[in-house]
Design a protein around this ligand. Structure first.
Ligand code: MTE
Ligand code: HPA
Ligand code: MOS
Length: 775
């Protein structure tokens, strides 16, 4: 019984012993060259020329390549508009423009300073408001409408109007973008990349080089973290390495430094969301009108999908009877913002969580009361603003249970007393929720394929399109396949992802990597299970070996599959109680010339969303959770501590409870970093200044909650997904928002009625400024 067990992550030993192989750990090949992309020193305007003649004279430098060397110089997941290397128009500061190639990285770094750019600078846009003023847009979404927001707003006893602002976020994966391109015979190319999307990497490389898709293979063993940052943006770097490999007929390695990775690649989208909310005297929300503005940066990338997901999540956990939600992506002269854990969901949900804190202050009520009042219910008030029924909805129970287990009511009283007493500190407490829609909102991406190969000794290799980035997808696939065959997890290995084995795959993203690829692997395993059962059924019936017919896959009545059971390394015929060992049945299948391999394709059923009417069922189901955080702020310095956070999540029946606990804890801390300390700074020219750990502050262990309780409810109702589990990767990221609302609650405790203007992230400086407004 492998499913439900805490099998160790398949890389856990390797990661702590150094045995895990990342891209730059791959041994150097004879003749292999290093590639250093160099960015333009301007955010907007025209690149007139690049002079690398001096750099070419430096020792160790072999060649330089530019846009002119590419067969095709544009890429883009949704809109193919982004150059791989700047040709003329500049999109953002440090945008890659020239590839310096050499024998070793030290030589390239020394030679870099000899490269000269001639640039004609143009006017640049760096903020959302500037972009709105100049009508610089990438995408405008169709509005989401439910009820009559204008009428409901006009009738509402109370109204608040404002703008919620949140900043971007650097992915800060430990392995920067990295790739090695190996030129093969006949111009074919083999790419090893740190990519969440091997298929897109294959496609971008092929197009850039003028090859057909069948001439390029992309292999991904693992990533040292992706977090969305390698969903689309791994591809152009692979194309750069492949260009060098093609031109020089030598293997080419491109491994970005942390600083270059931070400066050249996109981040989480900053949002500025204008809204007007109407509510009654008890705090019940009667109407919401909002316009979400996302900063897409210089190019479209995944921005339109990210904005869509933000609009889908602007309700948070709260029912909206009358709403009108608009959205736009603006174009600025910053790196092209991209997928990051939550994919717009956090930016949408945080808006309503922030609004609720404002309503609480305005009505002088506890924010949890407002949340409970507005929370989606089970049988009524359970349809979203885009028309999806929530189905089994655990949100009310989650709020009730966490309120009890975290001792919310008593602690609220204690905090109020503390705040009345203390002259030096103020405390805040707040509970927020996540209701994260599971599925790619682009319907066609909800498909995957897998192949399962049983070897003669009974061990199994599985290949799917899923990529392992630390989230444990390999371990979950290993478990469901081992479970299907009734063999120990150690007897199953999940192999490196390759476009040669699994083609036309979707990115490992949208938290559905495990869902889709486990489902495909189970479907493939089932094909083999059926053949083995058929063989055993014939053996039991005394059919002579050579006369066993093909397994009647279409005639379920002939194969009495449900009479057979795979467990404890045995295949058992339940009615007779007779069994054969796993190894035996596998051997017999081989000698009887039966296939022990199977390929299966899986697609998620039941999805349908009409973009024109903005109504339908974009999601298969929702993953829900709640968190309550308590903070203490120093009134003199603005510095704060997170005293305690409690999390309660519904992950259905977990396939691997330990891995899921890791995902919840890690996502919460990453979310908390986004809303507290992770702030991006640029100079007046648009150059990113916070491009290393010395200037960009992710949480460390001392920053995490002093008391940190992570718990789960048992929910056996999720019939929508494999073994009734629920996707976990992104949903708990949104719970980090509770730290920010707790900080806002602390500031509100000092407010004399003035509505907060706190933005995210709320650094200690920001807290001090906010507190000063209330003096
Ligand atoms: N966990 C680790 N350790 N490293 C990562 O890069 N990425 C997150 C999440 N958890 C990530 C992670 C993101 S953005 C997604 S979409 C999911 O994992 C992807 O994996 P899954 O779909 O298999 O859950
Ligand atoms: N989530 C994450 N990645 C995606 C999505 C999504 O909904 N759509 C396309 N890429
Ligand atoms: Mo995750 S942002 O969907 O890669």
């Amino acid at each position: 019984m492998s499913v439900g067990q805490n099998i160790p992550h398949d890389s856990s030993r390797g990661h702590v012993t150094g045995g895990s192989v990342f891209i730059d750990d791959r041994p150097l090949m004879t003749g292999e060259v290093q590639v250093l992309p160099i960015g333009v020193p301007a955010a907007a305007g025209t690149l007139k020329s690049i002079d690398f003649s001096e750099a070419l004279k430096a020792p160790g430098v072999l060649a330089a390549f530019t846009a002119q060397d590419l067969y095709h110089n544009s890429w883009g997941t949704i809109v193919p508009e982004q150059p791989i290397l700047v040709a003329d128009k500049i999109g953002y500061y440090d945008e890659p423009a020239v590839l310096l190639v050499g024998t070793d990285m030290e030589s390239l770094l020394r030679a870099k300073k000899f490269v000269r750019f001639e640039v004609e600078k143009g006017p640049a846009i760096f903020t959302i408001d500037e972009a709105i003023a100049k009508q610089s847009f990438i995408y405008k979404a169709n509005a989401f409408k439910v009820g009559d927001a204008d009428a409901a707003l006009a009738k509402a006893p109370h109204r608040l109007k404002g703008a919620f602002e949140c900043g971007g976020q650097e992915h800060f994966y430990l392995e920067s973008n990295a790739c090695i391109a190996y030129p093969l015979e006949d111009g074919q190319m083999e790419i090893h990349a740190s990519s969440q999307h091997p298929t897109e990497t294959q496609h971008v490389v092929a197009e850039a080089l003028g090859l057909s898709l069948h001439e390029v293979v992309c292999v991904v063993k693992r990533m040292g973290g992706g977090f969305g940052g390698k969903e689309s943006q791994a591809a152009p770097f692979a194309a750069m390495a492949a260009l060098v490999a093609q031109k020089m007929k030598r293997p080419a390695r491109l491994c970005l430094s942390k600083d270059d990775d931070m400066m050249m690649t996109g981040k989480r989208h900053p949002f500025k969301n204008y809204y007007e909310v109407g509510f009654d005297g008890d705090g019940k929300i009667l109407a919401l009108k909002a316009h979400l503005y996302a900063d897409g940066g210089a190019y479209a990338d995944l921005s339109s999908s990210i904005l869509d997901r933000a609009m889908f999540h602007v309700d948070g956990a709260y029912y909206l009877s009358d709403a009108f939600i608009e959205g736009s992506v603006v174009r600025t002269n910053l790196y092209s913002n991209t997928a990051f854990r939550g994919f717009g969901g956090p930016q949408g949900t945080m808006t309503i969580e922030s609004i609720i804190e404002d309503i609480a202050l305005y009505l002088k009520k506890d924010s949890l009361h407002i949340r409970e009042l507005n929370c989606y219910q089970k049988d009524v008030r359970n349809v979203t603003h885009y028309g999806q029924n929530l189905g089994h909805n655990p949100l009310p129970d989650l709020f009730t249970e966490l309120k009890k287990s975290s001792d919310y009511v008593t602690r609220r009283q204690e905090i109020d007393a503390f705040n009345a007493r203390s002259k030096t500190h103020v405390k805040g407490l707040s509970m927020t929720a996540t209701k994260f829609g599971i599925a790619f909102t682009a319907r066609f991406l909800n498909q995957g394929n897998a192949s399962v190969n049983v070897h003669k000794d009974g061990t199994v290799q599985v290949s799917t399109g899923a990529t392992e980035m630390g989230q444990g997808v390999n371990t979950k696939i290993q478990q469901v396949v081992a479970h299907a065959f009734g063999i120990p997890a150690q007897a199953v290995k999940v192999m490196a992802t390759s476009t040669e084995k699994n083609h036309n795959t979707s990115p490992t993203a949208a938290s559905s990597g495990s869902d889709i690829n486990c489902a495909a692997a189970m479907k493939a395993a089932l094909g083999i299970q059926k053949r083995l059962a058929w063989l055993f059924q014939n053996i039991l019936a005394g059919t002579p070996m050579n006369d066993i017919a093909e397994c009647p896959t279409l005639n379920e009545a002939q194969l009495r599959f449900d009479e057979f059971h795979f467990e404890d390394k045995m295949l058992t015929h339940l009615p007779s109680g007779k069994s054969l060992s796993w190894e035996d049945i596998v051997k017999q299948a081989y000698f009887n010339r039966m296939s022990l391999g199977e390929y299966a394709h899986f697609k998620t059923e039941g999805l349908g969303f009409d973009k024109k009417t903005s109504q339908g069922t974009p999601f298969k189901y929702f993953t829900n959770g709640v968190a309550v955080s308590e903070v203490q702020v120093d009134l003199l310095t603005g510095e704060y501590k997170i005293l305690r956070s409690d999390i309660l999540m519904d992950l259905g029946r977990r396939i691997n409870p330990g891995i899921d606990r890791g995902q919840v804890t890690g996502a919460f801390v990453q979310g908390m970093g986004w809303v507290t300390s992770e702030k991006l700074f640029h100079n007046k020219d648009g150059k990113l200044l916070s491009h290393s750990p010395t200037t960009y502050k992710i949480p460390n262990v001392q920053d995490t909650p002093r008391v940190f309780n992570v718990d789960f409810i048992e929910n056996h109702e999720n019939r929508e997904n494999v073994h009734r589990s629920k996707a976990v990767g992104e949903p708990p990221f949104l719970l980090g928002i509770s730290v920010w609302t707790a900080l806002k609650d602390a500031a509100n405790a000092k407010s004399k009625g003035l509505i907060s203007t706190l933005k995210s992230p709320a650094t200690p400086e920001d807290m001090l400024l906010e507190l000063a407004r209330h003096e």
